[in-house]
Design a protein around this ligand. Structure first.
Ligand code: F6P
Length: 523
C-alpha cells in the first residue's frame, strides 16, 4: 500500500522525547507497560525513550499503513514479493495451519520433502548413508553461502548435540579452509550437502566441484556421487552437475534464501539436533506465526519490536543497531540477523518504484557477550553516535555452573542499565573527570528466552522475520527480493579472467587497471 511515511510521522506527531531514560525507568509500571511475554520469550523495551503516548501513536501508524492487511496477504500466499511475482511462504514449512490452506500438490510436496529430510537426517545421525547401513558417515561437509549456510550453521552451533557425525561448513570462495579440511577427512566416511536454491552461486559450485573431484579421486565416480547430496530449487542444474534425484531435496521458489532455515537447507542441522529436534524448532516458529496473526498489536511481539526499530531509526535517527547475544551457543546469531535484516530491508525504492526519502534498514552488527564488552562497548558507552542494542539472554542454562551463568546475566543487565543511566544516573558523576563519565541515554531492548531449546529458538527467529516484515510494510518496501547483491557478482566475473591472465583487459570505466597492474607486479 502506498503511503506517505513523513506525513504520518507528522500526523501522529511522534517525536523523540526528552525525558531522561533514567527517569523513565523509575516510572511506575514502566516494565509492565513496555514488555510483552509470549510462550518462552520476553521482550523488554522499557529502556528506550518511548513514552506511552508515542507508543500509542506508533501503534496507530502501524494500523494506518495497513500492517493487518499486509499480514493477511503474506499468510494467504499472495504474491507479496511483487518484484519477483511470487509469494513468500516460508511459514508453510513450519506451520500446518499455513500449509493446509495451500493447494493439494503443494501440501503433498512439502510433506514428502520434509519426510525425506527427516529420514536422511536420521540415517546420517545413525552414521550411514540413507538406505546403505554398510556405508559409514562420520563427517558432513555442508557447502552453501548466505541463506544457504547461515541458518544451518546457527542451528548446529546452538542446538547440535555433541555426537557424530561431525559437521564442517564451506562458504566463501577461499580455498584455505577447504584444502586444510579435505587434508584431514577420509572421503570413505564423508558426505557432502550442496545447498543452493539457484544452483548457480559461484562460491558454492566451485567448492562443490573441488570436493567432488577429491571424492572421485579416492572412490571413483559412482561411489563419490553416492555421497553427494543437494538441496536446491533447480533440479535440472543439480542433475547436470551429477547429483542423483534420490539424493536431492527440493527448495520451493516461494522460500527466499534468508528464510530457508525452515527448509531442507537445514538437513545438516536436523542431523545433529537429535531425534525430533528439528520438528520442535519448526513448531516454535509456527507458535510465533500464530502469535503474530492473533495477538492485538499492543501485545504483539513482532509489531512492538518493529515499532521499537522504527522509533530508533526514523524518530531518533540512529544509523545502526547492535545485537549482543549473551550465550556462546548463539554466537552466529548476529551474522544470521545481518542477512535477514539488511538483505531484506536495505532498500531505498518504494512499492511504486519511487526513491524514498526516509531511512530504512539500520546497519546491523554484533558479537556475543561478554566478549563484545571488550571490543564494541567503549563506543556504545562514550562514542559520538548512539547505537541501540538488542541484548539476548537465556534464563536457564544447560550447565550446572550457576556462578558463571549469574555472571553472564549480571553483565548483560549491568550493560543495559549502565548504557541507559550513565554515570550521573548511578549517582557518582561528581567525582569523575570528563573522560571517565558516561553520558547514558543509550537505549536497548532485552529479549529473554526461558531456556535455549529448538522450540524457543524457532520462536526467536520467526519473531525477527515478522519484525522485519512489519518494518518493511511501514517503509513500503519489498523485503523479499535482493537485487542489490547482483551487480558485484557480474563485475567479479569480468575481473576474474584479468586476474588470472595479464593479457585480458577489463573495461576502462572500472577504474581498476592500476590496482590490477600492482597485483600482477606482486605475484
Ligand atoms: O547473497 C545473495 C543470495 O542470493 C542470498 O539471498 C542467498 O541466501 C545466497 O545468495 C545464496 O544463494 P543460493 O542459495 O542460490 O546459492
Amino acid at each position: 500500500m502506498k503511503h506517505d511515511f513523513h506525513r504520518l510521522l507528522l500526523k501522529y506527531n511522534i517525536q523523540s522525547v526528552k525525558k531522561p531514560l533514567s527517569e523513565r525507568l523509575s516510572e511506575q509500571d514502566r516494565f509492565d507497560n513496555f514488555s510483552v511475554n509470549s510462550a518462552d520469550l520476553l521482550l523488554d523495551f522499557s529502556r528506550t525513550g518511548m513514552d506511552k503516548q508515542s507508543l500509542q501513536h506508533l501503534l496507530e501508524l502501524a494500523t494506518e499503513v495497513g500492517v493487518e492487511d499486509a499480514r493477511q496477504r503474506l499468510f494467504s500466499g499472495e504474491n507479496i514479493n511483487f518484484t519477483e511475482n511470487r509469494p513468500a511462504l516460508h511459514m508453510a514449512l513450519r506451520s500446518d495451519d499455513v500449509l493446509n490452506k495451500l493447494d493439494q500438490d503443494t501440501i503433498a510436496g512439502v510433506t514428502k520433502n520434509r519426510q525425506r529430510l527427516l529420514s536422511f537426517a536420521s540415517a546420517f545421525r545413525l552414521g550411514h548413508l540413507p538406505g546403505h547401513p554398510d556405508q559409514a558417515v562420520r563427517h558432513i561437509i555442508h557447502i552453501g553461502i548466505g541463506g544457504s549456510v547461515l541458518g544451518p550453521r546457527l542451528l548446529v552451533e546452538a542446538l547440535g548435540k555433541p555426537a557424530k557425525p561431525q559437521v564442517h561448513f564451506l562458504s566463501s570462495v577461499d580455498a584455505h579452509f577447504r584444502t586444510g579440511l579435505l587434508a584431514q577427512l577420509d572421503p570413505h566416511e564423508t558426505v557432502v550437502i550442496v545447498a543452493t536454491k539457484s544452483f548457480t552461486t559461484g562460491e558454492t559450485l566451485l567448492h562443490a566441484r573441488r570436493v567432488l573431484d577429491w571424492m572421485e579421486r579416492a572412490l571413483g565416480r559412482d561411489a563419490a556421487i553416492q555421497r553427494m547430496f543437494a538441496v536446491s530449487g533447480n533440479q535440472k542444474a543439480v542433475e547436470a552437475f551429477g547429483i542423483a534425484p534420490q539424493n536431492t531435496l527440493f527448495l520451493p521458489d516461494w522460500v527466499g534464501g534468508r528464510y530457508s532455515i525452515w527448509s531442507a537447507v537445514s538437513l545438516v542441522a536436523a542431523t545433529v539436533m537429535g531425534e525430533g529436534g528439528f520438528e520442535k524448532f519448526l513448531r516454535g516458529g509456527a507458535e510465533m506465526d500464530r502469535h503474530f496473526q492473533t495477538a492485538k498489536f499492543s501485545e504483539n511481539l513482532p509489531v512492538l519490536m518493529a515499532l521499537t526499530g522504527i522509533w530508533h531509526r526514523n524518530i531518533c535517527n540512529y544509523p545502526a543497531q547492535a545485537v549482543i547475544p549473551y550465550d556462546h551457543r548463539l554466537r552466529s546469531l548476529p551474522a544470521y540477523l545481518q542477512q535477514l535484516v539488511m538483505e531484506s530491508n536495505g532498500k531505498s525504492v518504494d512499492s511504486h518504484g519511487k526513491q524514498i526519502e526516509y531511512q530504512t534498514s539500520p546497519v546491523l552488527f554484533g558479537e556475543p557477550g561478554t566478549d563484545a564488552q571488550h571490543s564494541l562497548f567503549q563506543m556504545f558507552h562514550q562514542g559520538s553516535d548512539i547505537v541501540p542494542l538488542s541484548f539476548i539472554g537465556v534464563i536457564r542454562p544447560d550447565h550446572k555452573d550457576d556462578e558463571a551463568h549469574a555472571g553472564l546475566l549480571a553483565n548483560m543487565l549491568a550493560q543495559a542499565t549502565a548504557l541507559a543511566t550513565g554515570t550521573a544516573g548511578l549517582g557518582n558523576e561528581e567525582a569523575l573527570d570528563a573522560h571517565r563519565q558516561m553520558p547514558g541515554e543509550r537505549p536497548s531492548e532485552v529479549i529473554l528466552l526461558d531456556s535455549l531449546t529448538p522450540y524457543s529458538l524457532g520462536q526467536l527467529l520467526a519473531l525477527y522475520e515478522h519484525k522485519v516484515f512489519v518494518e518493511s510494510v511501514i517503509w513500503d518496501i519489498n523485503p523479499f527480493d535482493q537485487f542489490g547483491v547482483e551487480l558485484g557478482k557480474v563485475v567479479a566475473k569480468t575481473i576474474q579472467p584479468a586476474l588470472e591472465n595479464t593479457s585480458v583487459n577489463i573495461p576502462e570505466n572500472y577504474g581498476l587497471s592500476d590496482i590490477l597492474d600492482y597485483i600482477h607486479s606482486k605475484k
